[in-house]
Design a protein around this ligand. Sequence first.
Ligand code: SF4
Length: 60
Amino acid sequence: MTIDEDRRRGHGVCCTVSPEAFDLNDDGYAVTEQPDAPQEFEQTARPAAVSCPERAITCH
Ligand code: SF4
């Protein structure tokens, strides 16, 4: 899973939808501690990817 730093904004929808997968950094931008997560974790993150208004999250 990746977050496109050029597209992301700080509204935090992803953190609300999938709090297990995403957090906001000190600047208010989404980050994930699981860039090389296993397939099961991607299932957890996928609803956030779909919900991101900027389409900044890519699940592989
Ligand atoms: S929902 Fe998308 S744009 Fe909004 S904080 Fe999360 S990654 Fe960034």
